[in-house]
Design a protein around this ligand. Structure first.
Ligand SMILES: NC(=O)c1ccc[n+]([C@@H]2O[C@H](COP(=O)([O-])OP(=O)(O)OC[C@H]3O[C@@H](n4cnc5c(N)ncnc54)[C@H](OP(=O)(O)O)[C@@H]3O)[C@@H](O)[C@H]2O)c1
Length: 243
């Protein structure tokens, strides 16, 4: 399916591995020039080379901490007028809520709420001016389904979701959509570590990452222009509810 994105430019935050990388690859396949990001320069360059090899797309690699102002400045210097922004980042560590002190609390809120909001603030104006923009935030199933030990993830990402729900309606008339993808359990490095840490067996096949990245690319497509302010749960039916 032609997503109508050929020639567009995207910033995909935290994309040297895992879900971010999958989203960047799917957009590159759709003909988007992608700016990818991670803190580990070596891994990032490796990923950039692999995406170029697989898709032939234009890939720029920005090694930076996206949670910092300086990191965001560098991403925006590399791609000053993105048509697409995929907000992704690390997530808070598994921790009993009583042990989440003030510093950890603020760090989680900066990582999973303030950082994506700041990037939306810094990119949405240009999207509005150009009459086209796609913003996808990778949040978590924890927004809907509380997971003990991940209260900070639920709280910060729930805050992000609520904050942007109104913004999405404000920018929609200008051709800009904002949606959230809530992954369930995808077998990435992060989840493998969680499973190891909690000594639980399981996880979903790596193939499911394909479902997540395809959803991200579709939400960025021209055809998805009438979908905004939505939260798309991709968890293989794990969260059981009628609505
Ligand atoms: N996988 C799942 O099933 C699942 C479920 C629910 C929610 N999520 C959420 O989805 C997000 C991605 O998860 P994942 O499983 O794909 O994780 P992952 O496999 O550990 O990959 C994380 C990626 O983010 C980069 N990164 C982390 N912190 C960064 C920072 N401060 N600045 C720039 N890049 C950064 C990492 O590169 P460097 O380490 O080199 O910086 C890496 O490329 C997380 O927020 C996670 O909580 C995932």
């Amino acid at each position: 399916m032609d997503l109508g994105l050929r020639g567009k430019k995207a910033i995909v935050c935290a994309s040297s591995r895992g879900l971010g990388r999958a989203c960047a690859s799917a957009l590159a396949e759709a003909g988007v020039a992608v700016t990818i990001n991670g803190r580990d320069r070596h891994k990032l360059d490796e990923t950039a080379a692999e995406i170029v090899r697989a898709t032939g797309a234009h890939v720029t690699a920005v090694a930076a901490d996206v949670s910092t102002r300086e990191g965001q400045d560098r991403l925006l210097a590399a791609c000053p007028q993105p048509d697409i922004l995929v907000n992704n980042n690390g997530g808070p560590p598994f921790r009993d809520f009583r042990a989440v002190d003030r510093d950890a609390l603020f760090a989680g809120v900066v990582m999973n709420m303030a950082t994506p909001i700041e990037l939306v603030q810094r990119t949405v104006h240009g999207m509005i001016e150009r009459g086209f923009g796609r913003i996808v935030n990778i949040t978590a199933i924890a927004v809907k389904l509380p997971v003990p030990g991940y209260e900070l993830s639920s709280g910060a990402r729930g805050g992000l979701t609520a904050f942007l729900a109104g913004v999405a309606r404000t920018v929609a008339p200008h051709g800009v959509t904002i949606n959230n993808i809530m992954p369930g359990y995808f077998e990435t490095d992060r989840v493998r570590k969680v499973f190891e840490a909690t000594a639980k067996a399981g996880g979903r096949p790596t193939d499911e990452v394909v479902a997540e990245c395809a959803a991200c690319a579709f939400l960025c497509s021209r055809q998805a222009g009438y979908i905004t302010g939505q939260n798309l749960l991709i968890d293989g039916g794990r969260y059981a509810s009628a609505f």
